[in-house]
Each structure stands twice: as C-alpha cells, then as structure tokens.
Ligand binder design. Structure first.
Ligand code: IPD
Length: 262
C-alpha cells in the first residue's frame, strides 16, 4: 500500500525494534534453562525496544506527544497528536519462548486513532492501517471474516492473570459464549488478537483490563478491514476504560449481546 509519511515512519520504527527483539528472543530461548531465568533480560529488551521506537518517531515528529508502556505519557508541543506505543505486546509469551508477540504503534489525532501498525516480528507479519486507506498484511489487503453463524465462529480473549483483573466477569463471559460458538482462544497478545480479527482468522475478540497501548493500533486495523470495535459497556470509550470488543460485520451485534449479557 502507499502509506502516508507518518505510516512509513511507524513501519520503519516497528521493523527496527522488531529486529532487535528477534535477536533477544533467540537469547531468551537459551536463558530458559538458567536458574535466574530470563525475567530481567526481557525487561531490558522491552525497554530497549521502546527506546528505539521513541528515538525514531520523536526524531521524525518532534512536536507529537507520547504514551508508551515503558516510559509513560508526555505531552508534545502539538497537543492534538500523540504516539501510543507498546514495544512488546505479549511479554509473557516472549519470556516463555513462545513466538507470539508484537510491536504495536498507533497515531492518535484529536482523540481518534488515525493509523496503526502491529508487527509480529517472529513471523514477519506486518499489519497496518490508516484511516480511509484500508488495512493490510504485508502486501495483501485485509478483510474481516464473512462468517454469519455464531456456532461456526471462533473468538479470542485475554483472561486476567496474577490477580490483575476482573476474573469473575471473564468467567461469566465464557460461560455464556462457549456453548454458542465454535471455540475460544487465548494467545496472550491483545494487539495480535485484534490484527487476527482484521485478517479473518478470528471472528471476534474481547478483553477487559487492557491499556490503551495494547489495543490502539489493533482497533484501527479491525475497522479498516471492515470490522467493528467498541467498548464492552455501552457509551464507554474503550481506550479509556480498557474493555474492548471487536468483531466481523455479520456477527458483531450478536457477539456483543452475548458478552454484555443482554
Ligand atoms: C498483555 C497482552 C495480553 C493481555 C494483557 C496485556 P503486555 O500486554 O496484550 O494478551 O491479556 O492484558 O497486558 O503486558 O504483554 O504488553
């Protein structure tokens, strides 16, 4: 696709950070067997990836604001635009040597996400979208799935871990959804879950307790692939509340009703 200068900047930064992370990921596989384990090493890799991305993006657009998982928020001279970055989404997968993690970069303008990049560096899959220009995986246009029957559909979610989130709500969601669909997956990287909805690999995704950087880029990729995204609770802003639901055009309403318990 012919992306804007901003999108190209985002893609370049994601590739650079992705290359560094792939090298570190190979190292993690060796560290699994040491008694100290790879924990500190992965935290360093995560911080280094954010440093690489921040350096590139801020050099290219010095007036934009910033929200990053590792370095937090900073307002820019231009208060209408900011980067929203998760340098390593799926940290637990990375730590355990599971090749399912991504670099996630979004651009927000006046409170709306206008471009997004989710780069699965281990599989060399670059998911990108820009408002009005469609969504792409490498050089192919993305479309959400055309499935229209819940019983044939596969949904992804994230479940709270280590006491971090609303476990009973998620268990209730599962109790309502599992009997009426073809399956539920939990792969551990929310940005990729959303990208997979855009690619038609999943028919929908929902999760509570997320941060803006986990979902901002994936949200525009789903929308530009013809899917729908909203907060789980009616009227909320998903980026603010951290509870998001996304789905293909045919099933979104029905899926959302099941998750809302309506
Ligand atoms: C996590 C992943 C995971 C989700 C967690 C997130 P991180 O992000 O997206 O799928 O279930 O809620 O925190 O910490 O690996 O960047």
């Amino acid at each position: 696709m012919q992306g804007s200068a901003n999108l190209n900047l985002m893609i370049k930064a994601a590739r650079k950070a992705g290359r560094a992370l792939v090298k570190d990921f190979r190292e993690v596989e060796n560290l699994q067997v040491s008694s100290k384990g790879p924990g500190d090493f992965v935290s360093r890799a995560d911080r280094e990836a954010e440093r690489i991305i921040k350096e590139d993006l801020m050099a290219g657009r010095p007036t934009y604001g910033w929200l990053g998982e590792e370095t937090g928020a900073a307002e820019g001279a231009d208060p209408t635009r900011r980067w929203i970055v998760d340098p390593l989404d799926g940290t637990t997968n990375f730590l355990h040597g599971l090749p399912h993690w991504a670099v996630s970069i979004a651009l927000e303008h006046k409170g709306e996400i206008v471009a997004g990049v989710v780069f699965d560096a281990a599989k060399d899959e670059m998911f990108v979208a820009e408002k009005g220009a469609g969504a792409w995986l490498n050089d192919s246009r993305l479309r959400v799935s055309g499935r229209g029957r819940m019983i044939e559909a596969i949904f992804a979610t994230g479940v709270p871990f280590a006491g971090t989130g609303p476990l009973p709500a998620t268990l209730q969601d599962l109790a309502r959804l599992m009997p009426v669909c073809a399956g539920v997956r939990r792969w551990g990287a929310a940005s990729l879950d959303l990208a997979y909805v855009a690619a038609g690999r999943y028919d929908g995704f929902w999760e509570r307790g997320l941060h803006a950087w986990d979902m901002a880029a994936g949200m525009i990729i789903v929308r530009e692939a013809g899917g729908f995204v909203s907060a789980i609770r009616e009227g909320d802003d998903p980026l603010e509340k951290g509870a998001v639901i996304a789905g293909n055009a045919g099933l979104f309403e029905e899926f959302r009703k099941v998750i809302r318990g309506a």
